[in-house]
Design a protein around this ligand. Structure first.
Ligand SMILES: [Zn+2]
Length: 331
């Protein structure tokens, strides 16, 4: 079993070097580095150096398309959407959203550019982070609306179902959106694999009936070129019982075993209220009992440095999570 942690918010090499050394001492096996559009444009050389430092410290390196096109999770903004207003998702109110459409051919060409730059960092894996169509509860989403109803999506929908795409979110719309995001992922995963890269896919663990819920995880697990099936059941954030971890941990573990790939679970090292830190330790124990291949915490130092998601007691949360991950790893 390998343990990991995400790292973001610092591009100063001497600090990154000290942090990587500490993460190795803390017992981690890998570090998921965000590689946003901002990094791609302005920090590419620096990121190559950070990648080198990470591997030199004996840690595996993930590259995460953090917020790229706002199709992926992450707090980073997207320059692509600002410069390509004709590639935006169109929501059910017929207005554009601040999010690229994964079915748009121009956005896909941009993703190939991103992949080629990310692979220059020589990552062990590309971490496909929470790919999604517009979600009304996320930044940039709009209450009661869904996407995408752009012309590309309308065309694909008509090809599949033989009639125009409705404005209401029907079961056919849900089936289309799930097929479309999978088609996009098969594209980026295939493009990565064909260039010699490895792929980790982290799907959002939305329950049935919730926006963005995956109806058939197996169809994602069998995408050619996938190496790790991952998910991030942040039960505190989603105000769900801790059983959320076991439910989705079983899904990724069993499907990974079936398709001969690795499984991964992420744990919530952010926005945890005081007095509830121990629950993250219990969640890690659940993952260890399930026997998933990889367990990771988002993010470094329990996100003490990012005020927006800083937990009440970052030091305590970080201590609980690193101790339990070490214990899980040494089982
Ligand atoms: Zn679209």
């Amino acid at each position: 079993m390998k343990t990991g942690v995400s790292y973001f918010g610092n591009r100063i090499l001497r600090h990154a070097a000290a942090d990587m050394r500490q993460l190795a001492v803390d017992g981690f096996s890998y570090v998921c580095h965000t590689y946003s559009e901002n990094d791609m444009l302005f920090y590419h050389r620096t990121m190559k150096e950070i990648a080198h430092i990470t591997r030199d410290t004996g840690l595996e390196f993930y590259a995460d398309p953090w917020g790229v096109g706002k199709v992926f999770g992450g707090e980073a903004f997207s320059n692509f959407i600002a410069c390509n207003l004709d590639c935006l998702q169109i929501l059910s109110d017929d207005k554009p959203a601040g999010q690229a459409c994964p079915m748009n051919p121009h956005f896909r060409r941009f993703m190939v550019e991103w992949i080629e730059k990310a692979l220059e960092l020589e990552p062990n894996h590309i971490f496909w982070d929470e790919p999604h169509f517009s979600l009304s509860s996320w930044i940039g989403g709009r209450e009661g609306q869904w996407g995408c109803r752009c012309n590309v999506c309308k065309g694909h929908f008509h090809d599949r179902f033989g009639h125009d795409m409705p404005v209401e979110r029907t079961p056919e719309v849900n089936a289309y959106l799930e097929w479309a995001i999978r088609d996009f992922l098969a594209f980026v995963i295939g493009e990565t694999k064909s260039r010699g890269g490895n792929n980790c896919l982290c799907l959002l663990p939305h329950d049935e009936g919730e926006q963005g819920a995956v109806a058939d995880w197996e169809e994602f697990a069998k995408i050619p070129g996938l190496d790790i099936l991952s998910t991030d059941p942040y039960f505190e954030l989603q105000k769900k019982p801790i059983g959320h971890v076991e439910k989705y941990g079983r899904i990724v573990r069993d499907l990974a075993a079936k398709y001969g790939i690795e499984s991964e679970l992420w744990f919530q090292g952010f926005r945890v209220d005081s007095g509830r830190e121990h629950l993250q330790g219990e969640a890690i124990d659940i993952g260890a009992d399930l026997g998933v291949s990889r367990m990771a915490v988002w993010g470094v130092d329990a996100c003490d440095h990012m005020g927006w998601i800083r937990p009440d007691d970052p030091k305590r949360l970080w201590m609980v999570m690193t101790e339990r991950l070490r214990a899980a790893k040494s089982r």
